[in-house]
Design a binder for this molecule. Structure first.
Ligand SMILES: Cc1cc2nc3c(=O)[nH]c(=O)nc-3n(C[C@H](O)[C@H](O)[C@H](O)COP(=O)(O)OP(=O)(O)OC[C@H]3O[C@@H](n4cnc5c(N)ncnc54)[C@H](O)[C@@H]3O)c2cc1C
Length: 480
């Protein structure tokens, strides 16, 4: 419930807008929600464009606009889809109900929902998968049943333990781990099951696979990611807000009780409140020691660790794959996405390596060699073909490392009773406490929660976050 507005918190939004620092998904989400509520916003973003980590860049070598990495949205991402809807770009997402798993020399296995109701909707496709043995499938089915019966409360009891312990307890075979669990966990949580908090890994299966038929459907943008955010500036400016790109926050100006403004490389920006929508390491740099002492949410910013992702764009003179995407179980490259033909008539594939710690020191030639070995494995007809151009993007700090116990250091959007806090400072970003792993959905949720916090201080009621997709009747009946 919103806290009642107190006298000193009734800010004058006419002369002093809310400052949102950071124009990634969290910042955009918070700003749009406030604009919708009639609260003017000044959005500051250090780069020249919005989108943060989920965006695109112009490749200087080819002039092509490339995504920094393929970003996957799922049907379960209710808040992200709400944001796309507000931006008017929902139609730029193409939905893919079937997940294709490479299984050479056989054709890829198709995992698609069948006729049974959730949580049994994948049963048919799963039984037909040739990739997995009967023993593997029996173990996976046992674990899925356990995940259903655990429900949300049971999942909460696994907080702080590694998902590996769950795989051990449910007696998964080595191949089930290598070919099924690991590719899903690394792709969704950007860290392997040995190091991934079970609470987050379980969310991926409970909410992403078992809950209902729509949640696991995968969406891929049909346009460069950066263009999804093009409408944001016009919406914000249309409601009296200001978007300033290329402006970096250097420090928060704190008067001992409240944040009164943001010192930037272009001077001081004053505001009635600040929403910090930047990663924890950046936030730590702009907050003084006095602020950190005054607000418990800022005390553990330096404890976050990060996990890298490598995205590799490959261009060929010939078509390589017919499917839109392919999971590569058991390989370092977890996914290949078919990006179609670019403006120069080249076939464009995109390979993703999550949890890519051991890839950070590799040069582009070695990255190409390894990715091509994986592509040749998954798509045998590609053997002998070499890409005519390659562009790899290393994101060293792609996401926070979702390690056991991580939720203890993830702060809430609004100052809370337990850890105290600066009354007009709100936090958001995928690293904040949303219960989600580091995803676009987590970022948007946190942005909506921060906006809700601001609205609460003004006495306004806010819709807060968008509800999860309701569990299907059978899933609910079984305990999910
Ligand atoms: C390679 C890669 C692949 C990914 N794949 C997926 C995927 O498939 N699906 C998925 O859901 N998620 C994926 N993610 C995660 C997703 O991109 C993030 O969770 C999400 O974009 C985080 O948004 P954010 O707003 O919290 O943070 P950010 O995107 O980091 O936004 C923060 C913004 O603040 C700006 N900023 C920083 N410091 C300052 C300052 N001092 N002043 C002003 N501005 C500042 C930054 O420039 C940035 O724009 C992936 C991430 C990466 C890196």
């Amino acid at each position: 419930m919103d806290r009642p507005a107190c006298a000193h918190a009734r800010w004058d939004f006419v002369t002093s807008p809310v400052i949102v620092v950071g124009g990634g998904l969290a910042g955009i989400a918070a700003a749009l929600r406030l604009a919708d509520a009639g609260i003017p916003v000044t959005l500051l973003e250090s780069r020249k464009k919005l989108g943060g980590r989920a965006t695109s860049f112009t490749d200087p070598r080819s002039g092509e606009v490339l995504d920094n990495c393929q970003h996957v949205v799922m049907g379960s991402c209710t808040n992200l889809l709400d944001l796309y809807d507000r931006l008017g770009v929902l139609g730029c997402i193409r939905w893919h109900p079937t997940i294709w798993w490479a299984n050479p020399p056989h054709d890829p296995d198709a995992m698609s929902p069948g006729l049974f109701p959730a949580p049994a909707h994948f049963t048919g496709g799963f039984i037909r998968m040739k990739l997995l043995s009967i023993a593997d499938k029996r173990g996976i089915a046992r674990a899925m049943w356990r995940l259903i019966r655990l429900g949300q409360d049971g999942r909460a009891r696994w907080r702080g333990r590694a998902f590996e312990a769950f795989l051990h307890e449910t007696q998964q075979t080595a191949d089930a781990r290598r070919l099924f669990w690991e590719p899903i966990i690394i792709s969704a949580c950007n860290i392997g099951s040995q190091h991934c908090d079970a609470f987050h890994a379980m969310l991926v299966f409970q909410q992403g696979f078992l809950q209902d038929r729509w949640s696991p459907v995968m969406g891929l943008a049909t346009v460069p990611l950066a263009s999804l955010y093009d409408p944001a500036a016009a919406i914000l400016e249309g409601s009296g807000g200001v978007v300033r790109t290329g402006v970096s926050a250097l420090a928060f100006s704190y008067d001992g009780q409240r944040v009164v403004g943001v010192v930037t490389d272009e001077g001081m920006v004053e505001g009635s409140a600040v929403i910090a929508a930047i990663p924890p390491d950046r936030l730590s740099k702009v907050c003084s020691a006095t602020m950190k002492a005054a607000d418990g949410r800022l005390a553990r910013l330096d404890e976050f660790r990060f996990s890298p992702i490598v995205g590799v764009h490959l261009f060929f003179s010939h078509p390589i794959m017919t499917l839109d995407h392919l999971v590569l179980p058991g390989r370092d490259t977890q996914w290949i996405f078919n990006k179609g033909t670019d403006s120069q008539g080249r076939t464009h594939l995109h390979a993703v390596i999550s949890g890519a710690d051991t890839w950070m020191e590799l040069d582009e030639r070695e990255i190409q060699r390894r990715v091509m070995a994986d592509i040749n494995w998954a798509i045998p007809p590609s053997r002998g073909l070499e890409p005519i151009a390659v562009r790899s993007v290393k994101e060293k700090r792609a996401t926070f490392a979702c390690t056991p116990g991580i939720d203890a250091i993830r702060p809430s959007a609004t100052p809370d009773g337990l850890r105290g806090g600066i009354d007009n400072l709100f936090l958001c970003g995928d690293w904040c406490d949303t219960g989600w792993p580091a995803t676009m959905e987590g970022a948007v949720r946190s942005g909506y929660l921060a906006a809700q916090g601001v609205q609460g201080r003004t006495g306004q009621r806010s819709a807060g976050i968008v509800r999860d997709v309701p569990a299907a009747w059978l899933s609910r009946l079984l305990g999910l």
